[in-house]
Design a protein around this ligand. Structure first.
Ligand SMILES: Cc1cc2nc3c(=O)[nH]c(=O)nc-3n(C[C@H](O)[C@H](O)[C@H](O)COP(=O)(O)O)c2cc1C
Length: 168
């Protein structure tokens, strides 16, 4: 019944220093503002899980609707063989060795500061030590609604955001 909490935003997790892998993840949250700390729940069945354990770092790449094909491949295939099919471009991150994704509108560079198994997932806690973002997608650091940020409904169903509501 975890879908009662959906729609959830969908992100890409890049891991691996020598050869980068990418997986799709919905179960991601901000934990602290200062320092900026995030957490992501990753099943031990994922190759990404092994790579994060080995390297103690990962990148959160923020996709838009234009990257949906890549998001779907990253979320349905395991291991680095999928990367070629995803048609993405890896670029150097600013501070950590794990690559960022050029086509993503933001890339958050995380160092693992804690991890704990809960049920069938491991919750990796990462401090965001650096980031880059596309200034056309974020104005003063805030997301622009017309940019087609992705959220997930269930299985192969996704949504984007259309309406921006301003409180008085
Ligand atoms: C939209 C979507 C969201 C997903 N969210 C998560 C998640 O939060 N945690 C997780 O462990 N797997 C999640 N998955 C599954 C992994 O992305 C999937 O098993 C992937 O193939 C793992 O790749 P890897 O083995 O190369 O790391 C999600 C899949 C999709 C399609």
């Amino acid at each position: 019944m975890y879908h009662l909490l959906y729609p959830l935003r969908t992100f890409l997790i890049v891991s691996g220093k020598e050869e980068a892998n990418v997986m799709t993840a919905d179960w991601l949250t901000v934990i602290s503002h200062r320092p900026f700390i995030v957490g992501v729940a990753i099943s031990p069945k994922r190759y990404t899980h092994k790579l994060i354990k080995e390297c103690n770092e990962f990148v959160i790449a923020v996709p838009t609707l234009e990257m949906l094909d890549a998001v779907w491949i990253a979320g349905t295939k395991s291991g680095v063989d999928k990367i070629r099919k995803m048609k993405i471009t890896f670029i150097d991150s600013r501070t950590i060795e794990t690559k960022s994704i050029k086509e993503a509108v933001a890339n958050l560079e995380c160092k693992v500061i804690d991890e704990k198994d809960y049920g069938d997932h491991t919750f990796f806690v990462g401090e965001v030590i650096d980031y880059t973002y596309n200034r056309e997608a974020f104005e003063s650091g805030m997301p622009k609604v017309g940019i087609n940020f992705l959220a997930h409904i269930a299985m192969n169903k996704f949504v984007t955001f259309e309406k921006e509501i301003h409180m008085p």
